[in-house]
Design a protein around this ligand. Structure first.
Ligand SMILES: *[C@@H]1O[C@H](CO)[C@@H](O)[C@H](O)[C@H]1NC(C)=O
Ligand SMILES: *[C@@H]1O[C@H](CO)[C@@H](O)[C@H](O)[C@H]1NC(C)=O
Ligand SMILES: *[C@@H]1O[C@H](CO)[C@@H](O)[C@H](O)[C@H]1NC(C)=O
Ligand SMILES: *[C@@H]1O[C@H](CO)[C@@H](O)[C@H](O)[C@H]1NC(C)=O
Ligand SMILES: *[C@@H]1O[C@H](CO)[C@@H](O)[C@H](O)[C@H]1NC(C)=O
Ligand SMILES: *[C@@H]1O[C@H](CO)[C@@H](O)[C@H](O)[C@H]1NC(C)=O
Ligand SMILES: *[C@@H]1O[C@H](CO)[C@@H](O)[C@H](O)[C@H]1NC(C)=O
Ligand SMILES: *[C@@H]1O[C@H](CO)[C@@H](O)[C@H](O)[C@H]1NC(C)=O
Length: 563
C-alpha cells in the first residue's frame, strides 16, 4: 500500500477504514484458467469428452463484489478455438470483453488470452460458458457471484451460507458429432437430452448412488441457493421436498420476495432463493424436472442433507406442476416483480427508473422459426439465419466500419419480408433511446432470449401473435430487470431496454441449438461523440482474425503458451 511507511502511527480503526474504502472502489481479482478436454469424467457413468477448467467441471466460481475488476487469463489446451462469455455481466462501454464471436477473435489452440472486465454497478447471480463451436454442450461453464458492497445491505437477513447450483440438461454423446449432425440432419434438432445434471453430477437414486450433488444444512438455519439453468435445451421446474423457497433475486435484480413451492427456470436464467431448514432432521430430494418433455426419468435429483439426519431421501419424488401446463409457468413469470425500494449495486432504490413514463425510440419484432436455408436445417429470425463470419464484427467496426464483414441495418427488424437466407445481421440501436424488443416464438419448443450489455425490463408475456394493442397489458409499474427471458411456444414476450451502453451487443437465443443454428443478431449501439470516455478503446492484447488475421503477425501479438 502506498502509505505503508506511515502505518506504524495510524490507529487500527483507520487502517480498517482504508480497507473499507478500497472495497467500495472495487479490487482486482486475478484468475488463471487452464481449459482442456478430458475423457476421464463420468457425469453419466459413460466415457465422454468434458470441457474442464483447472481440472474441474463445472468450472471455478468467480466470486466478486460490485465494481471489482476481474482478470481471467485463459489458456486454451483444447484442439479448437475458444471464447468465454460472461452471461449478464454488462461490460459497460467495453464490448471488447464480451467474449462472443461478434466481439472477440477466438483464442486459438495452445494460446492464452486475458479478459479484463469490471463488475460495474452490478450485483447478482450469473454464469459463464463457452460461446462458440457448440462447446457449451460439453461443459466449460461455471458460476459468477457479484456480491453487494459492504455499504449496501442485501434486502433480507444474511443467510447462513450460499450455494451455487448449476443445473442443465446433458447429452451422453460427443459434442463434435452432435454439432455435425445438427448441421445436416433436421432430426438431430429433436434429440432429447439424456439427463439433467446438478453441478456436473448425475441424479441421486438411492444409497448406492456414487456421484450426486448434496448440500448439508443445519436445522433452523436459512441458506441462499443461487440456481442457474446452464443447459442447452430444457426448461426445468425446481423444488425441494417438504420445503418452500423465498424468491429474492433474478439475474442481478432484487425481486419482490415471494414464497414458492417450485420455480421454473429457463435456459440461461439465474435466480436466488432462500431456503430455511425448517423440517425434522432428515434428507430431502432436490428436484429439477424438465418442462415440455414426454420422456420420463430425465430429472435432476440432488439431496438436501440436514447435518443431524440419519434418514436417507426415499420414496416418490415430490410432484411439481404439470410439465405441460404453460399457463402455470406464465403466471409465475408474471408474478416475478422488481423490488422498487431496495438498493442493489448502489444504496439508492433500484426502482428510480420509472418505466411507465418512457418514450419508445425503436421497436423490433423478432419472429423465430425453423426453416431450410440453402438445403440445410437452420433457424431464422425474420427469415434470416445468422451467418458467423471469420472476422469479429467489433474488430471490423473498429478498423473499417464493418466493410467487407457486415452491412449495417440490412436485417428487417419488424417484419418477415425477405426470403429465407443467411445474413450477418447487425442493426443500429439508438444510443440513449428506449427499445422495445418483441420475441415471437413460431416454434413448438420453449425458447429463451438474452441481450448482452444490458438488463432489460420484462414487460409482458402472451400467447399467440403479438399485436400493438397488447401493449395495454404490459406491466410498466414494476417489471423485473434481467438479461434472459423465456418465450413460450407460439407465444410472445416483450421487453424494454435503455440503450445507454455503447458497443456491439449480441442478442441471442440462449437455447444452444437455436443459437448455433442461427437465432441471433447484433445490436450496434453507437455514440457519435468521439470522447474516448464514452466507449473503451480496444485492449492492448487485442486479437486479430479473419480479414485482419495478418495484423496478428507482429511479434508481440504472436505468443505461444510460455510455460
Ligand atoms: C496450468 O497448467 C500449467 C502447465 O501445466 C501449470 O503450470 C499451472 O499450474 C496450471 N494452472 C492452474 C491454475 O491450474
Ligand atoms: C466471496 O467473497 C465474499 C466477499 O469478499 C466473501 O465474504 C465470501 O466468503 C466469498 N465466498 C467464497 C465462496 O469464496
Ligand atoms: C499469456 O500468459 C502470460 C502469463 O503466463 C501473460 O503474461 C500474457 O499476458 C498472456 N497473454 C495474453 C495475450 O493475455
Ligand atoms: C445435532 O445434534 C446434537 C446432539 O443432539 C445437538 O447438540 C446439535 O445442536 C444438533 N445440531 C443441529 C444443527 O441441529
Ligand atoms: C423490498 O426490499 C426491502 C428492503 O430494502 C424489504 O424490506 C422489502 O420487504 C422488499 N419488498 C418485498 C415486496 O419483498
Ligand atoms: C411512474 O410513473 C407513473 C405514470 O406517470 C406514475 O403513475 C407512477 O406513480 C410512477 N411510479 C413511481 C414508482 O414513481
Ligand atoms: C468510419 O465512419 C466514420 C463516420 O462515418 C468516418 O469518420 C471514418 O472515417 C470511417 N472510418 C473508416 C476506417 O472507414
Ligand atoms: C419467409 O420464409 C418462409 C419459409 O421459408 C416462406 O414461406 C416465406 O415466403 C418467407 N417470406 C418472404 C416474405 O419471403
Amino acid at each position: 500500500m502506498a502509505f505503508s511507511s506511515n502505518l506504524n502511527w495510524i490507529p487500527l480503526w483507520s487502517a480498517l477504514l482504508t480497507v473499507f474504502v478500497t472495497r467500495v472502489n472495487g479490487i482486482d481479482i486475478y484468475l488463471d484458467w487452464n481449459v482442456s478436454i478430458t475423457d476421464g469424467l463420468i457425469p453419466l457413468l459413460v466415457d465422454q469428452q468434458v470441457v474442464i477448467i483447472n481440472g474441474v467441471f463445472p468450472g471455478p466460481l468467480i466470486n466478486a463484489t460490485t465494481d471489482d475488476v476481474v482478470h481471467v487469463n485463459v489458456f486454451n489446451y483444447m484442439d479448437e478455438p475458444l471464447l468465454f462469455t460472461w452471461n449478464g455481466i454488462q461490460q459497460r462501454r467495453n464490448s471488447w470483453q464480451d467474449g462472443v464471436s461478434g466481439t472477440n477473435c477466438p483464442i486459438k489452440p495452445l494460446k492464452n488470452w486475458t479478459y479484463v472486465f469490471q463488475m460495474k454497478d452490478q450485483i447478482g447471480t450469473f454464469i459463464y460458458f463457452p460461446s462458440i463451436n457448440f462447446l457449451k454442450a460439453s461443459g466449460g461453464y461455471g458460476p459468477i457471484r457479484v456480491n453487494n458492497r459492504d455499504n449496501v445491505p442485501v434486502p433480507f437477513p444474511q443467510p447462513e451460507a450460499e450455494f451455487d447450483l448449476l443445473i442443465g440438461d446433458w447429452y451422453s454423446g460427443d459434442y463434435k458429432h452432435f454439432r455435425k449432425m445438427l448441421e445436416t440432419e433436421e432430426s438431430a434438432y429433436d434429440v432429447t437430452p439424456d439427463a439433467i445434471l446438478m453441478n456436473g453430477m448425475g441424479p441421486y437414486i438411492d444409497s448406492d448412488s456414487l456421484w450426486y450433488e448434496t448440500f448439508t444444512v443445519d436445522k433452523g438455519k436459512t441458506y441462499r441457493f443461487r440456481i442457474s439453468n446452464i443447459g442447452g435445451t430444457l426448461s426445468f421446474n425446481f423444488r425441494i421436498q417438504s420445503h418452500t423457497m423465498l424468491l429474492v433475486e433474478a439475474e442481478g435484480s432484487y425481486t419482490n420476495q415471494i414464497t414458492l413451492n417450485s420455480l421454473d427456470v429457463h435456459v440461461g436464467q439465474s435466480y436466488s432463493v432462500l431456503v430455511t431448514a425448517d423440517q425434522n432432521d432428515a434428507d430431502f430430494y432436490i428436484i429439477a424436472s424438465p418442462k415440455l418433455l414426454y420422456a420420463t426419468g430425465v430429472a435432476g435429483v440432488g439431496v438436501l442433507h440436514y447435518s443431524n439426519s440419519t434418514t436417507l431421501a426415499g420414496g416418490a419424488h415430490p410432484s411439481g406442476p404439470d410439465a405441460f401446463d404453460l399457463g402455470f409457468s406464465m403466471n409465475q413469470a408474471k408474478s416475478i416483480r422488481w423490488n422498487l425500494t431496495t438498493g442493489a449495486a448502489r444504496p439508492n432504490p433500484q426502482g428510480s427508473f420509472n418505466v411507465s413514463n418512457i418514450a419508445l425510440s425503436q421497436t423490433f419484432i423478432l419472429q423465430s422459426s425453423r426453416a431450410e436455408v440453402n438445403g440445410q436445417p437452420r433457424l431464422v429470425v425474420n427469415n434470416v439465419s445468422y451467418f458467423t463470419p471469420d472476422t469479429s464484427l467489433k474488430l471490423a467496426d473498429h478498423l473499417t466500419n464493418g466493410t467487407g464483414v457486415y452491412e449495417l441495418d440490412e436485417f428487417p427488424v419488424q417484419s418477415v419480408n425477405v426470403d429465407t437466407s443467411y445474413g450477418t445481421s447487425v442493426v443500429s440501436g439508438n444510443y440513449r433511446g428506449w427499445i422495445e424488443l418483441v420475441f415471437q416464438n413460431n416454434m413448438d419448443d420453449m425458447d429463451s432470449w438474452h441481450l448482452d450489455g444490458y438488463s432489460f425490463f420484462v414487460v409482458g408475456f402472451g400467447n399467440g401473435h403479438w399485436t400493438p394493442d397488447v401493449r395495454n397489458t404490459y406491466n410498466t409499474i414494476d417489471p423485473v430487470a434481467r438479461s434472459t427471458t423465456q418465450v413460450y411456444p407460439h407465444g410472445w414476450t416483450a421487453v424494454y431496454a435503455f440503450l445507454d451502453n455503447p458497443g456491439m451487443w449480441n442478442l441471442r437465443s440462449q437455447t444452444l441449438k437455436n443459437w448455433y443454428l442461427g437465432l441471433q443478431l447484433y445490436i450496434r449501439v453507437y455514440d457519435p461523440d468521439p470522447n474516448p470516455a464514452k466507449e473503451r478503446p480496444p485492449p492492448e492484447n487485442l486479437l486479430f482474425c479473419g480479414l485482419f488475421e495478418s495484423q496478428s503477425l507482429a511479434p508481440a501479438r504472436h505468443r505461444h503458451l510460455n510455460h
